[in-house]
Design a binder for this molecule. Structure first.
Ligand SMILES: Nc1ncnc2c1ncn2[C@@H]1O[C@H](COP(=O)(O)OP(=O)(O)O)[C@@H](O)[C@H]1O
Ligand SMILES: [Mg+2]
Length: 200
């Protein structure tokens, strides 16, 4: 089976239970029935499960979660709140060991034992470290990102029309605007593509 197609299936399958839950909030039996009332606590639990799913699916999905955490016009506040932990609490070992990157690229200049973890984003892990008599912040790009991000951004933008089917008109507007920026923007951020205005 083609790798991209397989990935679509994996992603769809992982989000399916949440999609069904949201559909059932609107109509209790999906195709018919009245809306059901969902306690705040249940929404928080769902948000946490979705966040954990994004963590498992990797950087591109974590990035989507980060973006959603700043977009209360797309997701309800409790989801934005929970997804906010993806801004700086992504574990060190997601996608591989960033310390290995430090060893390979700065092994001669930097004493690894002075590294102290301070935060984890989707694409980068951040340490403080001793460097030339100074304490610096060191932002390390997580290893092996490029192929994974490229594949998954394709999957994400491929799935957006499907997600939009279930969104309100107002949400659709926000999503559409976001989608246009998605691919280029995050590849730029990850350093795979020059930023607008950069030369070389
Ligand atoms: N220079 C820095 N000094 C201190 N903390 C930083 C620095 N750069 C990033 N961070 C922390 O690391 C987190 C992840 O960095 P970020 O640039 O957002 O990476 P990503 O693109 O992977 O999300 C930030 O949310 C912030 O908490
Ligand atoms: Mg970030």
């Amino acid at each position: 089976m083609n790798g991209l197609f397989r990935r679509y299936l994996v992603v769809l399958f992982r989000f399916l239970p949440f999609a069904l839950a949201f559909l059932r909030d609107r109509r209790r039996f999906i195709l018919f029935g009245s809306p059901r009332r969902v306690a705040d606590e249940i929404h928080r639990q769902r948000a946490e499960q979705i966040r954990d799913t994004m963590l498992e699916l990797g950087p591109a999905f974590i990035k989507v979660g980060q973006v959603l955490s700043t977009r209360p016009d797309i997701v309800p506040p409790v989801y934005a709140d929970v997804f906010g932990t993806l801004q700086d609490e992504v574990p060190e070992d997601v996608g591989g060991d960033p310390k290995q990157v430090v060893d390979e690229e700065l092994g001669d200049e930097l004493d690894r034992s002075t590294l102290e973890p301070i935060a984890g984003g989707s694409l980068a892990y951040v340490y403080t470290a001793d460097y030339r008599d100074e304490r610096i912040a060191l932002k390390v790009r997580r290893p092996g990102l490029k192929p994974v991000i490229e594949r998954d951004l394709r999957v994400v933008s491929g799935l957006i029309p499907l997600v939009s089917l279930f969104a309100s008109e107002r949400q659709q507007y926000s999503i559409k605007k976001r989608r246009r920026r998605l691919r280029g923007h995050h590849l730029e951020r990850a350093g795979f593509r020059p930023r607008r205005g950069d030369h070389g």
